[in-house]
Ligand binder design. Structure first.
Ligand code: ATR
Length: 279
C-alpha cells in the first residue's frame, strides 16, 4: 500500500509542499501519496487523529497549527522542544508520533550550504520575535555567530525571547529604535509577517551596507518588499526563503523515509513552478 503523507494548516491551498515531496519521491524512488488537508479553526487534533487512524504515516504542519502539533506529539526532538513548535510529525514502528521542527536546520542548510553565506563569527540581525523566530534560533546559534540581535515591533517580546536562548550563544533582543546605535550587520533575516501584507519593518538604513546579506523567510514569485528595500540600500545580496522551504521539507522527508533527497534541482524546479503561478 502507498504510504500517505500530507501538509495540514489553514490556508494550505497554495502550499508547494506536495510538489516538493513528489519531486523528492520521484528522485529517491519512494512510493508515497502526499496531499493537502485544511484544518478548520480549533480542529487540529481531530484532523490529525483521523489522518493517522486511517493509516497516515506523517504530516507537515504549517501556520497556524505548529503549536497544536507540539501538544499533540507523543515525543519531541530537542529542536521541537526548544522551538515549542512542531512542523513535522512522523509515526514510528511502535505507533508513537515523533514531533520535530526542521525549520531552523532548513534555514541554516539554505544559508550555509546552498548560498555559501557563513554564519560562524558573523553579526546577525533577525527581524521579528514570533513563532517563526523561535523556531530557527537554536540552529542559528549552534553555528556560532559572533552576535545575534533580535529586533521586534514589540521590544519586550524580543528581549524575552533572547533571554530564553542565552545558554546557546550571544543573543540579545530589543526594538527597532535600538538599531540606530548598531553598525551594519553581516546577515539580516526578516522573519516578521509584515511581508505578507506587503509592509516593511521600520528598520533604519544604517544596518545595511555593501557587505550585508539579506534573507527574507517569506517567498514569492516576485522579490519581497524587504528584498527590494535591501537592494535599494546597495546590500551585497538579497534572496527569499524558497530554499528554506525545500530544505525543511528535505529534512522531514529524511525523517519519514530514511533517505536524504538532493535539493538543488528541486529548488530550481519549484522556483520555476512559482514563477508560472498566477499571484
Ligand atoms: P510567526 O509565527 O509567523 O512568527 P507571529 O507569532 O504572529 O507569527 O509573529 C509575527 C511577527 O511579525 C511578530 O514579531 C510581529 O511583531 P509584534 O510582535 O510586535 O506583533 C511582526 N510583525 C507583524 N506585522 C508587522 C509590521 N507591520 N511591522 C513590523 N513587524 C511586524
Amino acid at each position: 500500500m502507498t504510504d500517505r503523507y500530507a501538509v495540514v494548516g489553514n490556508p494550505v491551498a497554495h502550499s508547494l509542499s506536495p510538489d516538493i515531496h513528489r519531486a523528492f519521491a520521484q528522485q529517491t524512488g519512494e512510493n508515497i501519496d502526499y496531499s493537502r488537508i485544511i484544518v478548520p479553526a480549533g480542529q487540529f487534533n481531530e484532523v490529525a487523529r483521523l489522518f493517522f487512524n486511517r493509516g497516515g504515516r506523517g504530516l507537515n504542519i504549517t501556520v497556524p497549527c505548529k503549536g497544536d502539533a507540539y501538544q499533540f506529539a507523543d515525543k519531541l526532538t530537542a529542536f521541537a522542544s526548544r522551538a515549542q513548535a512542531v512542523n513535522t510529525l512522523a509515526l514510528d514502528t511502535a505507533g508513537l508520533l515523533t514531533g520535530d521542527n526542521t525549520d531552523g536546520r532548513g534555514l541554516v542548510a539554505d544559508l550555509v550550504d546552498n548560498l555559501g553565506w557563513p554564519i560562524a563569527d558573523k553579526r546577525l540581525l533577525i527581524l521579528g520575535a514570533g513563532g517563526a523566530v523561535r523556531g530557527v534560533l537554536q540552529p542559528l546559534l549552534e553555528q556560532g555567530p559572533r552576535e545575534l540581535v533580535i529586533a521586534n515591533r514589540t521590544p519586550t517580546k524580543a528581549a524575552d525571547l533572547a533571554d530564553q536562548f542565552t545558554d546557546l550563544g550571544a543573543v540579545t533582543g530589543g526594538g527597532y529604535d535600538d538599531l540606530l546605535e548598531q553598525a551594519p550587520f553581516d546577515l539580516i533575516i526578516n522573519a516578521t509577517s509584515a511581508s505578507l501584507a506587503g509592509d516593511l519593518p521600520p528598520v533604519p538604513k544604517r544596518i545595511v551596507d555593501g557587505n550585508t546579506r539579506c534573507y527574507d523567510m517569506m517567498y514569492a514569485a516576485q522579490p519581497t518588499v524587504f528584498m527590494t528595500w535591501c537592494r535599494e540600500q546597495q546590500c551585497r545580496e538579497a534572496i527569499d526563503g524558497l530554499g528554506m522551504l525545500v530544505e525543511q521539507a528535505a529534512l522531514a522527508f529524511a525523517l519519514w523515509r530514511g533517505k536524504q533527497p538532493a535539493t538543488t534541482s528541486v529548488i530550481e524546479s519549484i522556483r520555476a513552478l512559482l514563477a508560472g503561478k498566477p499571484s
